[in-house]
Every structure is written in C-alpha cells, then in structure tokens.
Design a protein around this ligand. Structure first.
Ligand SMILES: Nc1ncnc2c1ncn2[C@@H]1O[C@H](COP(=O)(O)OP(=O)(O)OP(=O)(O)O)[C@@H](O)[C@H]1O
Ligand SMILES: [Mg+2]
Length: 453
C-alpha cells in the first residue's frame, strides 16, 4: 500500500508540530513519528512518498533510518535535517541516497521549496521508470545513426521471412543481438532460439552437440541425447562464429540444410527437423574459402540474406545514446543514481575508435560508473580511463569547453575546491571568502559532487 503523505521524524515534539503545521497548511498529508523505530512502523503500515528525517536522535539516528529506508523502500524520497550539520554528514546523507539536506532551524520557505522539489523529482522518476520499461520491451536494439535505423528496418523485413541469414561484423558490434531480434521478429518467436558457439566447442564434441548421440555411441554415452538441432525444432538455431567450424562438421551441417534431416551420432535413424538457421562470423569468409578452410557450397546456402553490422567508429552518432543508455542500465543494476556526461566528455567518447565496438564501450561505461565518484563526468575523467595516448595533443583539461554554461560550471567547481582547500575545508570560512551563504555553499558542494574529508 502506498499513499502520497509525508512522514516527519524528529525526537523534539515542538519541531514535529511546527513542521507538520507548515506542510498541512500547504495541502500536504502529513504523518509524524518521534523516533526511528516508530517511523519504521508507520512506513510499514503505509508507504509514504517523502520522508523528512532529523539526524541527531536518541536510539536509531537519522542516517541509520535513511539507510534502512533506502534499502526497503527505495522509491521514498528522503530529506535530512540537522542543527548540528557538518558538511561531512550532509555528504554522507547524499551518498546514502538522501534527496536533499536542510539546516535547522528550518526556514518555512526553504522547507516548502525543498519538499515541493522532492515530490516533483519522485514523480518524474516514476514516470521515467515506466517509460524506460516500455522502450526496452519494444526495441531491444538501440541506435540513432542512419546505419542502425536501416539495420532495424532490415531486421523487421527479413525477420518476417523464413530465409537464412548470415550476420557479418567485427567483434562486439551486436551480431548476437541482431540474431535474437531476427528471431523475435519472426513467426517462430514463441519457439526456441538456440545458440551454438562453434568456436567454443571442441571439435570432437561439436557433432554430438549439434546432432545428439545414441546410447552407447561412444565411451561415456550412457543414454540417448538430443542435440541443438532437435532442441531448435520449429524455432531458430544460431550458429555463432561459423567461420571457426571444422570442415568435417561443415559437411554435416550442409546436409541438414539440404535435406532437413540428419542422424544422431552413432545412430541410423533419420531425424527430421524444421529449423531456421542464422549464422554469424567476424571472419573474412571469402578469404577462408580461397584458402580451403570454408566450404563454398555451405557459404552459398547460409548467405541467402547477408546482414552487415558496421563497427561503432562508422556510426559515431550512436555513441552518446549508448553511453547514456549503459549508464542507466548500470544504475538500475547496481541500484545507484545514474550519472551524467558533460558535452566534452561525450565528444571524448566519440573521438575514440572503439576497436572492441559496443561491447568495449559497454565495459568502459561500467568501469566509469563504478570508479568515478562524481555525478557529472567530465572529459578529463573519460581520457583518464581510455588507453594512454588517446587524448589529442592539443587537449588540456583547461581547454575551452563546449558551452558557456558548462565552462562556468567547471570554473565554479574548481574555484570552490580551491577555496575549500585554502580554508582547510572549514565551510563557514570558505563561504565567507566566496561571499556566499553557508547553506548555499552546501548546495553547490553537493551539486558538483565535491568530496569533503
Ligand atoms: N544496438 C545495440 N543496442 C543495445 N545494445 C547493444 C547494441 N549492439 C550491441 N549491444 C550490446 O553490446 C554487447 C555486444 O553485443 P553482441 O554480443 O551481440 O556482439 P557480437 O557482435 O555478437 O560480438 P562477438 O563478435 O564478440 O561475439 C552486448 O552486451 C549487447 O547487448
Ligand atoms: Mg557474438
């Protein structure tokens, strides 16, 4: 059960009543609790959409309460408040997932503004989640470049037919994803999709893997076993890395394609199957044919409809989309807030050649997501994680940035960091030297993700 109320938690009764009155008079539904334990009971009875927690409380303190909330009720936004606020507590609270931090004595205006923003934020977040799920279901394959749009169109057309397809492309471009999309776009979508990695299975085992074997076919064959072709009956078999298949096996696969039947290893009975074959390789098959490592007749049988997936460096327009998509994906996976990229960070990603293609980019984004602590990633962090020598010679971290706003942001961040260091991380003094309100400085420190020891 969930309702749109706000749960206020503070051990001081008069604070509870002041705050709840302020919020009630602005139309919010409010509940209160005098301790962390009571708050947990309240929340278990009815899930509130926003919590406002005091930090210093006897028994379970506000940070501990926040921790439990984030674990059990991740959708509830939480605002922390404290009169004994030190910047490190504020930073810790944000790390634990607090939406914001307000100082005591709480100003009515500040309270109402922060609450309004938090509720709006939560609403947007909910909408985003719903939207994302919808997008994911409809299009497993993402891409904005004209090459990708063309590819998706092709998948829709070809998927509908029963034709054999040969998918070509470098490592990590998304060949397997395309094969699955073809299956999902076909009338066989509710039947099995069976993948065989021809490069990974030792030659002695591949025939039994593909065609199965009869009982006693070889030492250790204690019972009859069906192979992948039988498992894929009425569905699709995906012969991945077909360029690595042994010539003997190629001959047997060719026979299945021609006759739609085969023998299990060590057997005489013919087994009939109805299977659509999709193959993929990153090898130069034409060269393999010339050097007699790949059968030409099999090549023609398989290559009825060729699909080429271009390398990432030939469709750079997809890079920003992928980068953000993967950040969201890892945020979901790790249950942490997503990260943003500055324009110049995106440019840095687009400049790199990505020899390992989408998979390399995906791994790179995961590393960045885990290693970088700041919520907004800048170009210098991207270059810091890319192989050495990738940053262009004329690139410096103080080089002019994409937009005025971005440059000003970076300047502000660096200035605050410098002043904080100058004043031994004393917030009041730093605020004074910058002629800022303490609370205003807190906000900026948080917004820039500046670490304060
Ligand atoms: N257009 C895309 N949209 C979303 N994810 C993608 C896209 N292309 C590739 N990926 C992701 O990149 C990774 C690599 O893709 P995939 O395994 O399909 O590549 P591959 O060409 O089969 O690679 P290999 O040749 O190394 O086997 C996967 O995690 C896949 O989900
Ligand atoms: Mg693959």
């Amino acid at each position: 059960m969930s309702d749109e109320s706000i749960l206020i938690v503070d051990d001081e009764k008069n604070i509870l009543s002041t705050i709840s009155m302020a919020l009630k008079s602005n139309g919010y539904a409010v509940r209160t609790a005098e301790s962390g334990a009571k708050a947990l009971e309240e929340q278990a009875a009815a899930e509130c959409s926003l919590g406002v927690f005091d930090i210093m409380m006897p028994g379970m303190d506000g940070l501990e309460l926040l921790r439990v909330f984030k674990e059990k009720w991740p959708n509830t936004a939480v605002i922390m408040m404290s009169g004994h606020g030190t910047i490190s507590t504020a930073v810790e609270a944000t790390k634990l997932g607090a939406y914001d931090f307000i100082e005591k004595p709480v100003s009515r205006e500040k309270l109402l503004l922060t609450v309004k923003r938090a509720i709006e934020f939560r609403r947007l977040e909910k909408e985003n989640i719903a939207l994302r799920d919808e997008v994911r279901q409809k299009h497993d394959i993402i891409g904005e470049s004209s090459a990708m749009k063309e590819l998706v169109r092709r998948i829709m057309t070809v998927g509908n037919s029963q034709s054999r397809v040969m998918i070509r492309g470098e490592n990590g471009v998304g060949k397997e994803l395309v094969a699955r999309a073809l299956h999902n776009a076909s009338p066989r979508r509710d039947r099995p999709f069976i993948k065989v990695n021809c490069a990974a299975i030792p030659h002695e085992l591949i025939e039994s893997e593909l065609f199965g074997h009869e009982k006693g076919a070889f030492t250790g064959a204690a019972a009859m076993r069906r192979g992948k072709f039988e498992a894929a009956n009425k569905g699709t078999i995906f012969l991945d890395e077909i360029g690595d298949m042994h010539l003997d096996t190629q001959a047997k696969v060719l026979r299945v394609l021609q006759e739609h039947e085969f023998h299990r290893v060590g057997g005489d009975n013919t087994v009939k199957v109805d299977v659509r074959v999709i193959a993929a390789t990153n090898k130069d098959l034409e060269a393999e044919i010339k050097s007699n490592r790949f059968r030409e007749d099999l090549y023609f049988r398989l290559n009825v409809i060729p699909i080429y997936v271009p390398p990432l460096r030939e469709r750079r327009a997809d890079i920003p989309l992928f980068a953000r998509h993967f950040f969201r994906q890892f945020a979901d996976e790790y249950g942490r807030p997503s990260k943003q990229l500055t324009e110049s960070a995106v440019e840095a990603l687009m400049d790199y050649s990505w020899p390992g293609n989408v998979r390399e980019l995906q791994n790179f984004m995961e590393r960045l997501f885990i290693m970088a602590e700041e919520p907004v990633i800048e170009a210098k962090t991207v270059y810091g994680h890319l192989p050495e020598g990738v940053a262009p010679d004329d690139w410096r971290s103080d080089a002019p940035l994409g937009s005025l706003k971005e440059s000003m942001n970076l300047f502000e961040k660096e200035l605050i960091e410098k002043k904080l260091k100058e004043h031994g991380f004393n917030i009041s003094e730093t605020a004074r030297s910058l002629q800022l309100e303490r609370s205003h400085l807190y906000k900026k420190i948080k917004a820039h993700g500046i670490r304060v020891p």
